[in-house]
Design a protein around this ligand. Structure first.
Ligand SMILES: [Zn+2]
Ligand SMILES: [Zn+2]
Length: 460
């Protein structure tokens, strides 16, 4: 047997077997035959694609527990213990710190594969997020990332390779991997049964509620990290991949809901970085540190986190900016002689020149807040001073609106010339473009805006 992603009940010697696969495994795996996952699913062979062991562990056992619950009265002490044990075993999966033995034990109680197996796939998931080498890529569908990757067979060669030498060097991890079946049976079912049985005589209740049904809920909670956390919520740090932040996911997964942060800063022990966000895994690790049980907690500098957040905000701003109408870029406008401009205005075109830029205000005359007459008085003239305080000092919004009406620039038009030269010399007005190549016009920076109104012949 090679290394199918059987998340539980890995044979006791499977780690050694994995390493020796090529030497001693001709019994069930013929390398000349294509792996079952490389053949299409048909009506005749679908059952060969299914990982029946995992179906039994993920679907079969919980169903049995559900049915058994009908005949098993729920004792409140057992209920309380089941919830408590849910958190303990859940943390065994979501906290990865050197409380090794405790975590290896309760992590086993979650029945979600050995540390070694889980961590190997988890690292591949981080390294190859959303690609074919991601063991539970959400790009293959929400259901696939939730349980599909386990109930269906996977070609072990497809999963991306990652370095797990640290795990192979860890005695506890190795021990847990070798004895995985025993750990699962004891911590998953026998231990909760013993607690409730010896504690208050509720043997069956312990097995059904604190054992089977709790396993089901812990499994589903963890699976949500791979599915819901890649599907629901915001992406405050990077939106190129699927991981997302959402409070609902946090509640479902013992705090793993700030998954966009987690993928961006993977070695940070936190998922939620705000104190008010729900992240019991972080609180647990932090408490262990205060008690001296955990050490060396990794945390990214706030400076790095804020840089990532700002860049993502900038990206969103750029996208929003590119959806707006900023008028034809100055450099793309046709050049018009002054005489030609006046001529056209005399012949009925509602053209207004402000700061060397010609605007066609025909459709706006009736809507002008200052009245028709006022805007009409600027037609065919240099309205730079009128517009910039000579009559009324127009708002930034007015300059923005004006820019959407521009149709040309005047040859030698003084303000445009000054503006262009200032940009070339990198003075006063900064000519900045965003990541999409869109020019950034900041408030008060429209070309038609000038600090000190100039008196011109046309404005007299
Ligand atoms: Zn992760
Ligand atoms: Zn993820």
């Amino acid at each position: 047997m090679t290394t199918p992603p059987q998340f539980a009940a890995i044979p006791p010697s499977s780690m050694a077997a994995e390493q020796a696969t090529s030497k001693r495994a001709p019994t069930r795996y013929d390398s000349t035959k294509p792996h079952i996952t490389d053949t299409p699913i048909t009506r005749a062979n679908w059952y060969k694609h299914v990982n029946w062991l995992n179906v039994f562990l993920i679907v079969g056992i919980p169903l049995y527990g559900l049915v058994a619950a009908f005949w098993t009265p729920l004792v409140w002490k057992t209920a309380a213990f089941a919830v408590l044990y849910y958190f303990a075993t859940g943390l065994g999966i979501t906290a990865g710190i050197p409380l090794r033995i405790f975590l290896a034990a309760v992590g086993g109680g979650a029945v979600e594969g050995s540390i070694r197996w889980w961590a190997r796939d988890h690292r591949a998931h981080h390294r190859y997020t959303d690609t074919d080498k991601d063991p539970y890529s959400v790009r293959k569908g929400l259901l696939y990332s939730h349980v599909g990757w386990m109930v269906m067979k996977q070609n072990p060669k497809r999963i991306g390779r990652t370095d797990i030498s640290d795990l192979n060097d860890d005695k506890v991890v190795q021990w847990q991997h070798r004895n995985y079946l025993k750990v699962v049976l004891f911590m998953g079912l026998i231990f909760p049964c013993l607690v409730t049985g010896i504690g208050w005589g509720d043997w069956i209740g312990g097995l059904v509620y604190a054992g089977i049904l709790r396993i089901f809920f812990v499994q589903q909670a963890t699976f949500c990290v791979n599915s819901v956390a890649h599907w629901l919520g915001d992406q405050p740090f990077d939106d190129r991949n699927s991981p997302r932040d959402h409070v609902i996911t946090a509640y479902l997964t013992l705090g793993e809901g700030y998954h966009n942060f987690h993928h961006e800063f993977p070695s940070d022990y936190r998922n939620a970085i705000e104190w008010h966000q729900y992240d019991p895994t972080k609180w647990f690790i932090w408490t262990c540190k205060q008690l001296g049980l955990a050490y060396d907690l990794k945390q990214f500098r706030q400076n790095e986190i804020e840089k990532g957040r700002l860049q993502q905000q900038q990206k969103k701003l750029d996208q929003a900016r590119s959806r707006l109408d900023w008028g034809i870029p100055i450099e793309q406008l046709p050049v018009m002689e002054w005489d030609d401009y006046q001529e056209q205005a005399r012949n009925g075109r509602a053209l207004v020149a402000v700061a060397g830029v010609i605007h066609d205000v025909a459709d706006f005359i009736k809507d002008h807040p200052g009245g028709k007459a006022m805007i009409g008085s600027g037609i065919g003239k240099d309205a730079t001073a009128i517009f910039n305080g000579g009559v009324y000092n127009h708002s930034n919004a007015a300059h923005n609106l004006l820019s959407t009406m521009r149709v040309g620039v005047i040859r030698g038009g003084c303000e445009v010339e000054i503006w262009k030269r200032a940009q070339r010399e990198n003075k006063d007005i900064h000519f900045v473009t965003d990541s999409t190549g869109q020019k950034i016009i900041r408030a008060g920076n429209q070309v038609t805006r000038i600090a000190e109104p100039v008196a011109t012949a046309g404005a007299a």
